[in-house]
Design a protein around this ligand. Structure first.
Ligand SMILES: Cc1ncc(C[n+]2csc(CCOP(=O)(O)OP(=O)(O)O)c2C)c(N)n1
Length: 356
């Protein structure tokens, strides 16, 4: 029996390995070595600090609107660490972690949120697509790319990241349908962070789980504890291996929680209370990993201090570099839509330049 049979969505089970207290669920163990786990923890620390820095930069007027990942680190680090060079990632807008896991420099991510279009371009050789602000449109692109790869005989996989709200969109269902019919090598990674802006998951969809939406399309679906790095890693590894060997698509529902605002333009106190957040704090993906590492003699206050300081220094340096990049010209807004600008676009560009 495969993992996807054992945890078939209609069985109502969630896949878990690491408990919130840092111990392991019965008969479960991580598929990673202690050193690998420590390295991934270090990446999570870096991501959390880089995320906090972005929030601060926005509050100081040094960055535009920003969508924080805070709380969803295990989903993105666990899944991202399975991918290989040549695989393609299709992010939504909360994917700082997935971007860094793919090797996109933090400077590029910051530039995007600072309003510089250069931030949408991953370095050559890194198959990270730009941020998708339209909710749920990009799983279709991931399916199309996977289908093309299948036709060409390339052994790559594609993965799209999106939220629970996106699974109410028509394009998500079209993407799932196509993936099922053509059995393409793609992973749908839903980070169920319990909210679509102010709309709670329970009134977003009448489906009992997001994972069960896969059943209708003949695609494997699995619900995983999205705050459990080991479980996310194991499930994604299995889904990727299956996809590479011609077994088709998987919908992974990572059950997690967005600790921060939807974006810096949002005030979550309008729709959730502090006491709603409290139980999730005990499930924080970083806290349980720290407990685990401490139990293995790999974590202490000193280690934390060192890891944090190193990360902070690197982040501060990146901020300096990103802020030193000259502001793009107004023309950049208009230049890239057509090979040659239409008269209307030219007129709009001249108008805008005249207002500055
Ligand atoms: C097509 C479309 N409709 C509406 C919006 C406005 N909007 C931006 S984010 C969002 C909610 C997304 O929720 P979810 O998919 O759960 O992702 P999360 O933000 O929780 O990561 C909405 C409605 C949009 N960007 N695109």
């Amino acid at each position: 029996m495969s993992l996807f049979d054992d945890y078939h969505p209609l069985k109502g089970k969630m896949f878990q390995i690491l408990k919130p207290d840092g111990t392991l669920h019965p008969n479960m163990k991580p598929l990673l070595s202690d050193q690998e786990i420590f390295n991934l923890y270090q990446k999570m620390v870096f991501i959390r600090l880089a995320d906090q820095k972005a929030l601060m930069l926005q509050r100081q007027g040094r960055m535009g609107t920003y969508a924080p990942i805070w709380g969803q680190e295990a989903c993105q680090v666990g899944s991202g660490s399975v991918l290989q060079k040549g695989d393609w990632v299709f992010p939504a807008f909360r994917e700082l972690g997935a971007s860094l896991m793919m090797g996109v420099p933090l400077k590029t991510v910051y530039l995007y949120w600072m309003g510089n279009e250069e931030g949408s371009r991953a370095p050559n050789g890194i198959n990270m697509m730009p941020v998708s602000i339209p909710v749920g449109t990009h799983p279709l692109h991931a399916v199309g790319t996977a289908w093309a790869a299948k036709l060409k005989g390339d052994k790559i996989v594609t993965i799209s990241y999106f939220g629970d709200g996106a699974t109410s969109k028509g394009d998500f269902h079209e993407a799932m349908n196509l993936a099922g019919v053509f059995k393409v090598p793609t992973i749908f990674f839903c980070q169920n962070n319990q909210f679509a802006i102010s709309v709670p998951r329970k009134i977003q969809t009448a489906s009992e789980t997001i994972a069960q939406k896969a059943v209708a399309y003949g695609v494997d679906g699995i619900q995983v504890d999205g705050n459990d790095l080991f479980a996310v890693y194991a499930v994604t590894k299995e889904a990727v291996a299956k996809a590479r060997s011609g077994g088709g698509a998987t919908l992974i529902e990572g059950v997690t929680y967005r600790f921060g605002p939807h974006t810096t333009a949002d005030d979550p106190t309008k729709y959730r209370r502090e006491e709603d957040i409290e139980p999730w704090k005990a499930l924080d993906p970083m806290v349980r990993l720290r407990f685990f590492l401490k139990g293995r003699g790999l974590w202490s206050d000193e280690v934390e201090k060192q890891v944090t300081e190193e990360a902070q220094q690197e982040i501060d340096q990146v901020v300096k570099e990103a802020e030193a990049v000259p502001t793009p010209s107004v023309e950049d807004i208009f230049k890239y839509v057509y090979a040659e600008m239409t008269p209307q676009l030219k007129e709009q560009m001249e108008y805008l330049k005249g207002t500055l």
